[in-house]
Design a protein around this ligand. Structure first.
Ligand code: SF4
Length: 290
């Protein structure tokens, strides 16, 4: 078997020593005056409001990457149903008793694009995602000699993410999910659209901040005691807040557990918030990224 070679990949410069990246200064942003202490402050409020999320079904990194590619701009229920269809059609099931055991995806890689597109009919843009998915799986095979990402466990987190982000369709959120949600269990906060919007509304970053800039700004605010699993839980809690209280349009600031530490909340509805009703995690759904 060909030995995986990561040499051509540039190593990302760690940027966790700065809360406010230079790129944001270029956007004309001022250093933010955030109202909360650290991410633990946010986490405590969200846990008190909706309780701990159901435990994640931890997958291998390649299966997570496939999920991330399919699920962008798609509701969780459709993404999960699509994953089920892919696993049934292409035998993408764990080979051992644990869900994070290696999954075989060769049949998906070798399937015709039109057939993959038909299997992805529940998600958005299947005509774009199907060829991207096939190309991603082909590139993993060509570059490593096998259709597996288990070898990544030997490498540093920043190097893994840079390598993953060179694959078709893999951006900063997908690479964070691949290292954090999976058997790799590395520190990273996956920034989906909800997280990006809420970080901006909290006042951590200016309006035009990208998902990468949000992650770079938030990681130093994670307490040293936080484990990769805590970061995973944080992602899920913030995502739920975005789905239930802080959507793109008409955020319900007066019901929000972050109201008194949110710059936008204080602007929209000054003063203390009414006690919100206890929110619920969706029933029967194993938690995955979007
Ligand atoms: S206070 Fe309003 S803007 Fe701030 S996070 Fe809550 S719902 Fe969103």
């Amino acid at each position: 078997m060909q030995r995986p070679d990561l040499r051509p990949i540039a190593v990302a410069t760690p940027s966790q020593d700065t809360l406010f990246p230079d790129a944001l200064v270029a956007l004309g942003a001022q250093r933010p005056a955030i109202l909360f202490d650290d991410l633990d402050d946010i986490q405590r409020r969200l846990l008190a409001w909706m309780g701990p999320p159901p435990p994640r079904e931890v997958w291998d990194p390649l299966t997570q990457l496939i999920y991330s590619l399919c699920s962008s701009r798609t509701k969780d229920a459709e993404s999960i149903a699509t994953m089920r269809l892919l696993r049934e059609r292409y035998d993408g099931w764990p080979s051992g008793p644990n869900s994070w055991d290696e999954v075989r995806w060769e049949r998906l890689r070798d399937a015709p694009v039109a057939e993959i597109e038909e299997t992805l009919h529940l998600v958005t843009f299947p005509e774009r995602k199907a060829p991207q998915l096939k190309q991603m799986l082909q590139q993993v095979t060509e570059r490593t000699g096998a259709l597996s990402l288990q070898f990544l466990a030997k490498y540093r987190t920043d190097k893994i993410r840079t390598w993953l982000e060179q694959l078709p369709g893999v951006g900063v959120k997908a690479s964070a999910a691949a290292v954090n949600f999976t058997s790799l269990r590395r520190p990273a906060i996956a920034i989906d659209g909800h997280h990006q919007r809420i970080a901006i509304r909290l006042g951590v970053l200016p309006d035009k901040a990208t998902a990468r800039q949000v992650e770079e700004a938030l990681m130093p605010l994670a307490p040293p005691a936080w484990t990769p699993a805590t970061m995973d839980e944080h992602h899920t809690l913030v995502k739920r807040l975005g789905q239930q209280i802080c959507p793109l349009r008409e955020p319900r600031c007066h019901r929000c557990p972050l109201h008194d530490v949110c710059l936008t909340g204080q602007r929209n509805a000054p003063g203390p918030a009414a006690a919100p009703p206890k929110a619920q995690h969706p029933r029967g759904e194993h938690v995955t990224t979007d």
